[in-house]
Design a protein around this ligand. Structure first.
Ligand SMILES: Cc1cc2nc3c(=O)[nH]c(=O)nc-3n(C[C@H](O)[C@H](O)[C@H](O)COP(=O)(O)OP(=O)(O)OC[C@H]3O[C@@H](n4cnc5c(N)ncnc54)[C@H](O)[C@@H]3O)c2cc1C
Ligand SMILES: NC(=O)c1ccc[n+]([C@@H]2O[C@H](COP(=O)([O-])OP(=O)(O)OC[C@H]3O[C@@H](n4cnc5c(N)ncnc54)[C@H](O)[C@@H]3O)[C@@H](O)[C@H]2O)c1
Length: 462
């Protein structure tokens, strides 16, 4: 048994970042993690392995579809599936090992095992009870299914199963055209699977800018993904090797059946706090099963805090990380703040899709007539040079003050480019501020400047 200033439960992006900042601020810190490796969902079965698979399959797509046009002739590569999975596993272990190194460097104790909280100030792991002035719950989330669909991780899989399939399926049915469905759907489509995505809503990536939704869907369909929107999945019947997905079209009411070798259930994730004993402690939860917190991530029980996917807000690694850093500041007696209005969201398909802040539609629904500056990558020399000129940058600014309120990018490196606009928003910049900033040529970022110019007197290359 040991005594700490802070014990954090869960070593995902929320927990590990919080631990590192706590240690840097001089607090005696331990993290309890039940998995074999650090890094949580994100590093082990989420962000990192999915991006490794997206990268590898994007390379394959380039070789198959775009090399010859650039004068790179020869046989396209064949897929060694086992090797591709080992490459993904190697990327994961480099990253999880990196967190272990950072823990040692910062003198953070990793208490291995599953934690419970018998009372405020105490954390139990196995037979050991540790003392902590503060406890941070960073226990994350797990896949959520829908009624009539049981995940067996063999034929009916969550993202976790989809990242380690024994072979590439011939037919993959994906339930849900959200981030997971489209990223992993793209991976298998590029590997040659016939992929059909069933989405309940009338558009893909619900909540995103409608312009982006339409363009994104058109591009994905051109790549070969079959996307059926307005399709309510009713259930899945699975045998040992096949499955039938039944769905009902919301408009006409037709009942349809889709045959598949593998079904990926990508209908969202739910907070995970099993076994912690929060109910017995009287920790207040939201109606959606999240741990309720105040502005400083304090739960209803003194000395217990919560961050990341287990709390309300977008289920994103960087949201969890920001909360982890800010909470560490609070626990060290300083000020911690997260600006929830400027949290970017990125889909790592090709092209990438990145958004931040408000959408044009939401502002219009609220009665504002925002300025909209849009610029197509067709007018961007660098995007043309790599054959990715589909898509656009869209900046939404206040009609009177010109202050940037939101942005959406669909195009090459969108996930990196969005940060220029995040920084601009954090500094309360106007579209003109971005338009008057010199941007190097030829870069994709010039499209951001052109979209900012489009909020004023107009872009140059359109
Ligand atoms: C396929 C996929 C792809 C994703 N891609 C992205 C992406 O590209 N970008 C992005 O921003 N987000 C992405 N996400 C979401 C991202 O993974 C999560 O938002 C992020 O991991 C949340 O971090 P967290 O620290 O709150 O929780 P988690 O990362 O879920 O970590 C929680 C940890 O707590 C541990 N734990 C739980 N209970 C206990 C206990 N009682 N005792 C000990 N340990 C415990 C768990 O084992 C886990 O390791 C993706 C998710 C998935 C599934
Ligand atoms: N690049 C990233 O940042 C990234 C990548 C993967 C996952 N994540 C995070 O992981 C979480 C889970 O991802 P996700 O894609 O599972 O969830 P999601 O919420 O993004 O998408 C779920 C989709 O399933 C649809 N759906 C729900 N019920 C349905 C039904 N019965 N029939 C058909 N469609 C149905 C929803 O309308 C929605 O479009 C998200 O919060 C996401 O932010 C992020």
């Amino acid at each position: 048994m040991a005594s700490y200033d802070v014990i954090i439960i869960g070593a995902g992006p929320g927990g590990y970042v919080c631990a590192i900042r706590c240690a840097q601020l001089g607090l005696k810190t331990a993290v309890v993690e039940g998995r074999e490796t650090l890094g949580g969902t994100c590093l082990n079965v989420g962000c990192i392995p999915s991006k490794a698979m997206l990268h590898a399959t994007h390379m394959l797509h380039e070789a198959e579809h775009n090399f010859a046009g650039m004068g790179l002739k020869g046989k396209s590569p064949s897929v060694d599936w086992k090797q591709m999975l080992s490459y993904k596993d190697e990327v994961v272990s480099q990253n999880t090992g990196g967190i272990e190194f950072l823990f040692k460097k910062n003198k953070i104790d990793w208490i291995k095992g599953w934690a419970s909280i018998p009372e405020a100030g105490k954390v139990k792991v196995g037979e050991d009870v540790h003392e902590a002035k503060n406890i941070v719950v960073a226990s994350g989330s797990e896949p959520a299914s829908i009624p009539g669909v049981e995940i067996d991780e063999k034929v009916v899989v969550s993202s976790t199963g989809a990242l380690e399939l024994p072979k590439i399926p011939k037919k993959l049915a994906v339930i849900g055209a959200g981030v997971i469905g489209l990223e992993l759907g793209s991976v298998y489509q590029r590997l040659g699977a016939e992929v059909t995505v069933l989405e309940y809503m009338d558009a893909i990536t619900p909540g995103m800018d409608a312009d982006v939704q339409r363009t994104f869907k058109r591009i994905l369909e051109k790549q070969g993904l079959k996307i059926i929107t307005g399709a309510a999945v009713q259930g899945v019947e699975a045998t040992k090797t096949k499955a039938k997905v039944s769905y009902k079209m919301k408009k006409g009411g037709e009942e349809e059946v889709l045959d598949a070798d593998i079904v990926l259930v990508a209908t969202g994730r739910k907070p995970y706090a099993d076994g912690l004993g929060l109910a017995d402690l009287g920790v207040k939860m939201t109606e959606r099963g999240q741990v309720a917190v105040d502005d400083h991530w304090a739960t209803s029980v003194k000395g217990i805090y919560a961050i990341g996917d287990v709390t309300p807000g977008p289920m994103l690694a960087h949201k969890a990380e920001d909360e982890g850093m800010a909470l560490a500041e609070v626990l060290a007696g300083k000020h911690g703040h997260v600006n929830y209005d400027v949290i970017p969201g990125v889909v790592y398909t090709t092209p990438e899709v990145a958004t931040v802040g408000q959408t044009e539609d939401a502002l219009k629904a609220g009665g504002m007539k925002p300025k909209v500056g849009k610029f197509s990558f067709m007018g961007n020399a660098r995007a043309k040079a790599i054959g990715q000129a589909e898509g656009f940058v869209k900046i939404i600014a206040h009609p009177e003050t010109d202050r940037i309120l939101g942005a959406a990018i669909i195009g090459p490196a969108a996930g990196d480019m969005i940060h220029e606009l995040c920084v601009a928003m954090e500094f309360g910049a106007s579209a003109q501020d971005v338009a008057l900033t010199c941007h190097a040529h030829p870069t994709y970022s010039e499209a951001v400047r052109e979209a900012a110019l489009a909020c004023g007197d107009g872009p140059i290359h359109a």
